[in-house]
Write a new protein. Structure first.
Length: 398
């Protein structure tokens, strides 16, 4: 009889446990509905705040480290005089160098202004598919185009650059948009170069006179342009420049980057460099440029990029370049290898003509890189640095 009582008690205990388990499941279902769409039930994405410790903690999108090789394109109104360098306007009217004064006196009528070069920037022979085919043949995995250099002329219809943009003046075309379409049709990543400053913009000069304690230029020009570029073209990369006269607090850089990383249409893929204020180079940003043609001697602990130009003396096209000024094929390939061995990306620049042509010597150099990569690309793309990057007793590349 006692054993039967014990058995009944065990049965009742089991029933009670089952009832409690059932109640817990029911309550759990009420409090946390079953997830039928896993993509909607993941943890919320991390939000970045507008300060460097937070922004610098963002992981670099993997595509950039895997790309290794890109093509840089410097193109603008400076391609019209095509003499000296892309800093023509500054050397002429800012520094007032005598050789630039002489060049203008010998080649242009009196009272000719820099603005008069604008209508002559025609891009008449610019065929974006031809450019994209060349960059693809060169083995480039990303392309960076100047949307606006320090002269302030924009290669897209910027709503805050009236009558000093490629839609209102010169080509009467959206150069940024056209090239972007052609590039992406070939599965190449598209980056946009943008200068924060403009040498002679009245609002920038006013802020400069005020010791950059005012931000008239930033609010009216710089930030509207950056937001417009991202929203309109959805770039994979933003290559910032023209930051060196002011701290990032003047440029509102951290506020823009927080929006870019949190809420922009490219928040999950976009990559940026380190030129967001005079205090940022080699310290803050997605990856580091540090300075033009930067070459570390040892393996850096942060992702970096070497940007350099086929023309050793200029980033923009210039009619006065000589063969001695052109980087050799072997030198370019050696720099590419050395850069990748130290964990960097190699961004090689060309300067098209005012008509939109890429001169044969630049094409030749790009195609030489492409030919080499077609054989050796497996050792470049998506590679990782080895524990020894160079040997002092032998040549670095053979």
């Amino acid at each position: 009889m006692k054993s039967r009582v014990v058995g009944v008690e065990l049965l009742l205990l089991l029933l009670l446990l089952q009832l409690q388990l059932h109640l817990l499941l029911v309550l759990g279902a009420v409090r946390a509905p079953r997830c039928t769409h896993p993509a909607r039930c993941t943890d919320p994405p991390r939000r970045y705040t507008a300060d460097w410790p937070s922004l610098d903690s963002r992981p670099l999108p993997a595509w950039f480290d895997e790309a290794k090789f890109g093509v840089f394109v410097h193109w603008g109104v400076f391609s019209v005089p095509a003499w000296g360098s892309e800093w023509f306007w500054w050397h002429w009217k800012g520094e007032k160098l005598p050789q630039y004064e002489s060049f203008m006196n010998e080649n242009y009528p009196p009272n000719f202004t820099y603005g008069d070069f604008g209508p002559r920037f025609t891009a008449r022979f610019f065929h974006p598919d031809s450019w994209a085919n060349l960059f693809e043949a060169a083995g480039a995995k990303y392309v960076v185009l100047t949307t606006k250099h320090h002269e302030g002329f924009t290669n897209w219809p910027s709503p805050v650059s009236w009558n000093w943009n490629s839609k209102d003046l010169g080509p009467h075309r959206d150069l940024v948009g056209e090239l972007g379409t052609a590039i992406r049709n070939r599965n190449i990543r598209y980056g946009l170069y943008h200068s924060l400053l403009e040498w002679f913009h009245p609002l920038y000069l006013r802020d400069k006179k005020n010791g950059f304690k005012t931000q008239h230029f930033v609010h009216a020009k710089t930030m509207p342009e950056l937001y417009d570029l991202v929203s309109r073209y959805k770039p994979d990369l933003i290559w910032s420049d023209g930051e060196w006269e002011c701290p990032d607090t003047y440029w509102n850089s951290t506020n823009f980057l927080a929006w870019l990383y949190n809420d922009s249409p490219v928040k999950d893929v976009v990559v940026v460099n380190d030129r967001w204020g005079q205090n940022c180079s080699c310290r803050h940003g997605g990856y580091y440029n540090c300075q033009d043609k930067f070459k570390p001697e040892t393996l850096p602990d942060h992702k970096w990029e070497m940007c350099t130009s086929i023309d050793k003396l200029s980033w923009g096209y210039r009619r006065d370049m000589a063969m001695a000024d052109i980087t050799s094929e072997s030198r370019i390939i050696s720099e590419l290898i050395q850069t990748v061995s130290l964990g960097g990306n190699y961004l090689l620049n060309i300067g098209p003509t005012k008509d939109g042509l890429i001169v044969p010597i630049f094409q030749e150099r790009l195609l030489a890189v492409g030919k080499w990569l077609s054989i050796n690309g497996e050792a470049i793309y998506a590679s990782k640095p080895w524990r020894v990057q160079s040997e002092k007793n032998t040549t670095s590349v053979w």
